[in-house]
Write a protein that binds this ligand. Structure first.
Ligand code: PRX
Length: 632
């Protein structure tokens, strides 16, 4: 399963293209199946229909636990580091994790959860979040983890869409200097969620909360006297493992669906190869469990690989900007995987916070979630990796489930800002706007995938047509990623960023329409347009052009801005709060009433040298007004 040289990489890549079924079947042989597949792959991108390892039976938790337990029972699976450095860390062995997962699986069963039921998870970064996910997988329930930074409305929207039966949450969570009162948010969300029968609440902050009679149950009470043995449910390879909501070009986030077998095979394979992970290595991924990176490369892949992973509750700069480095030294971390935005924000603090730490145990560094600029890459390489650790710049998406383009650590020669080469099984195509393939090297266009790989999106929950429209209809017979990409003279890929209406703020994905909808909820807002602009730390910042009622004449600007931010915070969450708000009396529109975002984007980027032809606008005079307001 392991690629150990560049030559082997090219050979394996060839094999994976020439006979994908055989290639993946060989890899799948390393897993534990209750029953093997009758056919490896069935697919078309028209419907789309994507099925891997047809008719096989398995349980992913048997592949984490039973498959490895004779060797790994006493090995640490999770090292948990608290937000507060003075609180002891926890070391949870595979045996212990297995018992906790099985016990909590029994709790879920006792609460009436059955195979195929949806369970929402809204938790801080504590080991119980992992236990909750794996307990669902153990009994065949489908988890939908909602990032703990999302608002009550975002949470209820996701619960309603998935018709979740149970919500697992905590009284609250600690993030830096803040205590987040999750349960209060949950109480507000659940007012709108009739599908929820029970809410299981973990005690973490011990702040006083309301427990609703008949609905709310404490986690610690629920597990009292419950058996730590739970037979795994036999699942079909194409049964759903989880739903994860993600933003797109439209206003409403969609539930990306991943199924069990393909996801399992692909994530473990890519984890071991990209990171060149060996058992005994200590791997630290800083992603929140609420995002796909948290799912694939903090929970599932490292545990499937029998790895030891560090889970950190807090934030990089609390109580000091050396917190990551402190955790690395303390736990002898060998592999560190984070987002460029975190690197940039730590870089802004200078070198002092790094000085007290050795960082000598590190072997491999990784980045994910957004393009990494050359300056951040070099800083990471020089000061964290001490010029000896390869950096794997991993490009992938919620929809792909696993890493698509990345160097293999220490094997693929890296080039700053390039995600380099596709992993085995990944068949890329760069097309122009008409969908014509741009062949050869030194080309730039829209990035597509032309052949299925095991962990790819199967559907969008409850609405297959939306999956087809969003990903498989822009170009015939291709999966469109939404990203622009360049292939250079060496055949290396560099991701240029989204070409659709998705923006990437600190590695978090948001739709411009989603943010606009939230702003428009404000009672004094008439309409708005949101675009991204380059931001030194966040990668992209959110720039909102807002038209108020009465053209804003009667409103006090500072108070209005604050109140709009509060509206967005309430509807989506703090991550979606615009960095800049500009009030104007109208938005530039075409004669058919479409907002000309191109012009707004230019203004937001601070480049008004070439706004293009504005004479065809319905209201060209508005451009002058906006330019003036923006300080030009
Ligand atoms: O634009 C790409 C960017 O993040 C998008 C996917 O976001 P999400 O589904 O939230 O998943 C993030 C974690 C996998 C992509 O369409 N992106 C992700 N990784 C990179 C990246 N852009 C450039 N370089 C990357 N390494």
């Amino acid at each position: 399963m392991r690629i150990d040289s560049l030559t082997t990489y090219f050979q394996e890549y060839e094999k994976s293209i020439n006979s994908p079924e055989k290639f993946w079947e060989n890899i799948a042989e390393n897993f534990y199946w209750r029953k093997k597949w009758s056919k490896v792959l069935e697919w078309n991108f028209d419907e789309p229909k994507i099925k891997w390892f047809l008719d096989a039976k398995l349980n992913i938790t048997e592949n984490i636990f039973e498959r490895n337990l004779d060797k790994l029972a006493q090995q640490t699976a999770i090292i948990w580091e608290s937000n507060n450095p003075n609180e002891s860390s926890k070391h949870i062995s595979y045996q212990q994790l297995f018992s906790e997962v099985s016990q909590f699986a029994n709790v879920l069963k006792n609460q009436g959860v059955k195979k195929g039921d949806r369970v929402a998870i809204y938790m801080p970064m504590v080991p119980e979040a992992v236990v909750a996910m794996l307990a669902c997988a153990r009994i065949g329930a489908i988890h939908s983890v909602v990032f703990g930074g999302f608002s009550a409305q975002s949470l209820s929207d996701r619960i309603i869409d998935a018709e979740a039966k149970i919500l697992i949450t905590a009284d609250g969570g600690f993030r830096g200097s803040k205590t987040i009162n999750l349960k209060n948010i949950v109480d507000e969300a659940l007012e709108k969620c009739p599908s929820i029968e029970k809410c299981i609440v973990l005690e973490r902050t011990k702040k006083s909360i309301q427990m609703k009679n008949g609905r709310d149950i404490w986690w610690h009470q629920a597990i009292e006297n419950i058996s730590i043995h739970c037979e795994a449910e036999e699942m079909d390879s194409e049964d759903m493992l989880f739903i994860l909501y993600t933003s797109g070009s439209t206003g409403k986030p969609k539930g990306v669906v991943h199924t069990i077998a393909g996801y399992m095979v692909y994530t473990q394979y890519t984890f071991e190869n990209v990171f060149q992970y060996n058992r005994g290595d200590i791997y630290f991924c800083t992603a929140d469990v609420g995002w796909i990176t948290g799912h694939s490369y903090m929970v599932y892949a490292p545990l499937l690989a029998g790895g030891t992973m560090v889970m950190f509750e807090g934030v990089p700069n609390y109580p000091h900007s050396g917190r990551f480095w402190e955790i690395i030294d303390k736990n002898k971390v060998t592999h560190f995987y984070t987002a460029p935005t975190a690197i940039r924000s730590l870089m802004a603090n200078g070198l002092e916070p790094i000085k007290p730490y050795q960082l000598t145990t590190l072997k491999v560094l990784g980045t994910v979630g957004e393009p990494i600029n050359a300056e951040a890459w070099h800083w990471y390489h020089t000061y964290i990796g001490k010029e000896k650790c390869p950096i794997v710049d991993t490009w992938w998406q919620t929809e792909t489930g696993g890493i698509m383009i990345s160097p293999l650590a220490g094997i693929t020669p890296t080039k700053p800002t390039f995600a380099t080469l596709p992993l085995p099984g990944v068949q890329l195509m760069i097309v122009d706007s008409e969908g014509n393939e741009l062949k050869g090297n030194a080309v730039e266009g829209n990035l597509c995938i032309k052949f299925p790989f095991p962990s790819m999106i199967r559907t969008t929950y409850g609405n297959h047509e939306r999956c087809k429209q969003t990903y498989f209809s822009t170009y015939k017979n291709l999966y469109f990623t939404g990203d622009g990409a360049k292939r250079d003279e060496d055949g290396y890929y560099r991701i240029l960023g989204r070409v659709d209406d998705v923006i990437n703020v600190s590695g978090h994905r948001l739709g411009t329409a989603e943010v606009e909808n939230a702003i428009n909820e404000h009672p004094l807002v008439n309409e708005s347009a949101v675009v991204a602009y380059p931001h030194d730390i966040k990668g992209q910042g959110i720039y909102a052009f807002v038209v108020l009622e009465n053209e804003g004449k009667t409103h006090e600007i500072t108070a209005m801005k604050a109140s709009i931010l509060e509206t967005v915070n309430k509807i989506i969450g703090a991550i979606a709060k615009p960095d800049k708000i500009l009030f104007c009396s109208g938005l530039p529109k075409t004669r058919s009433g479409k907002i000309m975002r191109r012009i707004l984007r230019k203004i937001a980027e601070g480049d008004i040298s070439n706004l293009g032809d504005i004479t065809t606008l319905l209201n060209p005079e508005i451009v002058e007004e906006i330019k003036k307001e923006a300080g030009f």
